[in-house]
Structures are given as structure tokens and as C-alpha cells.
Ligand binder design. Sequence first.
Ligand SMILES: [Zn+2]
Length: 119
Amino acid sequence: MTVANQNVFPTMRRCTACGSLRFYPKPLCPACHDAKSEAAQVNGQGELYSFTVVHRAPTRELKAEAPYIIALVDLDEGVRVTGRLIMPEGRTPRCGDRVRLVAGGQSFAIFESIDREII
Ligand SMILES: [Zn+2]
């Protein structure tokens, strides 16, 4: 997989009423349903909450990339994000692994593992 887009989370939004982060951008806050929000910075690091390995890609375009990992990541700022996870060759992810965002956009994210020792 080629990671070319370094424009990471340009549109992460924070609710101005309750402070909840939104990913992906939504017109209403999922916590309090307020419509107002502001731009918010995230450090892009978090913990792997869960993952699945996709062996049968749902589209022809993704078929060449299978098997690939879809992950749920809890960012340090408290929002759960769905994205792809890149692991070093020969290593498998474990829930609780530290990961960091390496690329993303308005509605997608790509993470990589950062701190687990090779066992
Ligand atoms: Zn809110």
C-alpha cells in the first residue's frame, strides 16, 4: 500500500457545546445534537481498540491489497476512529498496541504500529 496523502485529519471537528470530537465530519454532534463546531487538532496517536483482517476485498480495486487490516483506534483525545492499519512484515496487531496516524482525509485514516518490540 502506498501512503501518499500526508494531509492528516484536516477537518476533525469539536462540538462547541459539549466538546466531543467528530470523525468523520457530521452536521450534528452525535453526543448532544448541537450543530455548531470548530476545527480541532489531534496528535494522531492512540491505542488499537479492535481490528479485523480482510481476506476477501469487497471491491475489485481493493482485491490487490488483500489481506489488509481494518482497525478501530481510540485516539488520545478520546474519539474512536475507523481506518486501515499498516503493520511491519511478519507482525500481527494486538489490541492495546500504540498506533499513529500516517495519512488521512475527511473520512478515512491510515495508521501504523509504533512501539511494540519484535517478539
Ligand atoms: Zn456536542
